[in-house]
Design a protein around this ligand. Structure first.
Ligand code: A2P
Length: 331
């Protein structure tokens, strides 16, 4: 397939190149695009240097466009790209459009069949959540979900990581900590504010977890309430999750389900200090799930903890997996 990566110099774009390499995706031709600032730079792919081009005002010479340059760029250009290519869009620009499939390949691969040349890649927190939630939902039918997130700086892109590193240096050297990407200084802090506040008091990031979980799982009756918090880690979103199920459930039955679940690593041996951690989930394709226990608040309830590399399963890996589904469908 001829592949174009838009936003190739960004935090997700670079991961897309690595994932295409690691999974030996059948790339016949690769084109890289970023803003005019990066035009002329080159990035390495399979041992060769590929020049980054400025985004043209025309369709792209590609069978599949992997877009990760923000919602503004996608909104403006994806309909144009879709004339010649299938666009896998990492932004939220088209996720809630009923005509656009929102896909996590382990959960709803069949949804891609209805695509009209744009397929949306989910919000990173949601993609990681549904990896654990969906297999449990299938077995025990989830009714209510309460999630608190611990989201890393790279969720805000390469500039978020830089701001955390630079701010930490400043803090340790006794200089004032400056912030531009985050609403407050992030080093040695946690910030319960990701994306914009809505009229109902939730942030848009928190609402995305509800809207997207319902759409991906295909159940508009599942209720999800989220508190999204930025923490001073570089990579991986972790999530504390409480689920109330319709059917009786036990931690052991849940572990058995998760042991079989694709893309999930059960890491649940507290006595050996083994549980999901950003440090162990970094760079991993699979999402770690552990700390599984019976909820003390709900009958038929479970509490558990999830950690997933949001640049991978929450973004680049999921996008490449969608491209693999396309590549495997004839025509
Ligand atoms: P650039 O590196 O030239 O700014 P991140 O999410 O890490 O901030 O990355 C965003 C990606 O989107 C980068 O590759 C960035 O390129 C690219 N980008 C931002 N604005 C545009 C634009 N108007 N046209 C094309 N690419 C863009």
């Amino acid at each position: 397939m001829r592949v174009a990566v838009v936003g190739a110099t960004g935090a997700v774009g670079r991961e897309i190149l690595r994932v295409l390499e690691q999974r030996e995706f059948p790339v016949s031709e690769l084109r890289l695009y970023a803003s005019a600032r990066s035009a002329g730079r080159s990035l390495s792919f399979r041992g060769q240097e590929v020049t980054v081009e400025p985004l043209p005002e025309t369709p792209l010479p590609a069978d599949v466009v992997l877009a990760s340059a923000g919602g503004g760029v996608s909104k403006q250009y994806a309909p144009l790209w879709a004339k010649e290519s299938v666009v896998i869009d990492n932004s939220s620009a088209f996720r809630y459009d009923p005509e656009v499939p929102l896909v996590v390949p382990e959960v709803n691969p069949e949804a891609i069949r209805k695509h009209k040349n744009i397929i949306a890649n989910p919000n990173c927190t949601t993609a990681i959540l549904v990896m654990a939630l969906f297999p449990l939902h299938r077995a025990f039918r989830a009714r209510r979900v309460i999630v608190s997130t611990y989201q890393s700086a790279s969720g805000a892109g390469a500039s978020g990581m830089e701001e955390l590193l630079e701010g930490t240096r400043s803090f340790l050297e006794g200089r004032p900590v400056e912030h531009r990407v985050f609403a407050h200084p992030l080093p040695f802090n946690v910030i319960p504010h990701i994306d914009t506040f809505q009229e109902n008091g939730y942030t848009r990031e928190e609402m995305k977890v509800l809207w997207e979980t319902q759409k991906i799982i295909g159940d508009p009756t599942i209720r999800v309430s989220c508190t999204a918090v930025r923490v001073p880690t570089l990579r991986v979103h972790a999530e504390a999750v409480t689920v109330e199920f319709e059917r009786p459930v036990s931690p052991e039955a849940a572990r058995e389900v998760l042991r079989q679940a694709p893309g999930v690593d059960l890491v649940d041996d507290p006595a050996q200090r083994r549980y999901p951690l950003p440090i162990t989930a970094t760079g991993k394709f699979n999402v770690e799930v552990g700390r599984i226990r019976r909820s003390l608040a709900f009958d038929n309830g479970l509490d558990f903890f999830v950690a997933g590399d949001q640049l991978l399963k929450g973004a680049a890996l999921n996008a490449v997996q969608i491209a693999e589904l396309l590549a495997s469908v004839p025509g």
